[in-house]
Design a protein around this ligand. Sequence first.
Ligand code: UD1
Length: 335
Amino acid sequence: MILLTGGTGYIGSHTAVEFINEGYDVVLADDLSNSERRVVDRIGQITGKVPAFEELDVCDKAALDRLFRKYHIDAVVHFAGYKAVGESVAEPVKYYRNNLDSTLALLEVMKVHNCRKFIFSSSATVYGENQDVPFTEDSPAGSCTNPYGRTKFFIEQILSDCAKADPELSVVLLRYFNPIGAHESGLIGEKPNGVPNNLMPYITQTAAGIRHHLSVFGNDYDTPDGTGVRDYIHVVDLAQGHLAAYRYLCGAGKGGCHTFNLGTGKGSSVLEIIHAFEEAAGIAIPYEITERRPGDIAECYADVSKAEKILGWKAVHSLKEMCASSWNWQQKSAE
Ligand code: UD1
């Protein structure tokens, strides 16, 4: 059985669907602090199999220990964590405490129960500023612009140290670029708390009339149209990347700590995303150009050749599909 911490969240729920569709048994653990219990049934509706679910805080070692006694856990995919960049700047201790403690608790309990496969939800945010694109897995990491990003970087370091110390432990670090989109059913997707910080939820809420207009944060970057360039990846492609990582870890005698970028390898600007969305949804998005957002970089996109070569994985969904599925989810999530 595979444990997905944060399994009812945006990426966790889509990954659960892909694992179940491939015939794997999964148990989702989540404290529901930023997701809803009904996601479990939605996953069941999509796959025809309702996954096991345990409501718990992953920092709670005793609760984790009970979970590992109840199920035979072969591998952990660790999604659980706080992820709001602005909040992490205002409340760094909350972020370090939660994101680091949960990982340490998992590592301790996994060791006791001899569970030796760990897949971690990392982020392209670890590459930070002042670097040439595309980012390869060997690009320098650690110059993050906020505490949230640093928790991802620190956890990568911790996992790498643990894999060095224990040859039985196999770790995969997955550095996500910008996940958008939703499952084609429209039953699961990203549900931001309050005003969205990320671009796509802000666009879909503007299209739905919840937000008046979109602010484009700067058009004076050194990019083709002056707006920020990112590597947007369909969340279903991203979810399948976890499946490929799991299969890789199951290969004989892996051990070690292996890092992979999960992106498309293609950068799109904010204006390109707005126009792609307008075309996919048939709705005009009112926007205005404003100041740059502090901490933003001009360009961030992946070199994806390592994942393609070693994991045999590649993103296949188009930008149009990403926009259309985001809009489908926005409309259905209001129901
Ligand atoms: C952000 C986080 C990153 C995190 C990721 C998770 C920052 C600095 N980085 O990435 O650490 O891993 O989310 O999804 O917050 N934009 C607008 N108007 C908006 C919102 C965004 O113009 O209302 C622009 C941004 O300036 C950027 C692009 O859209 O150029 C993407 O922004 P966003 O979706 O917030 O993602 P990142 O900043 O790349």
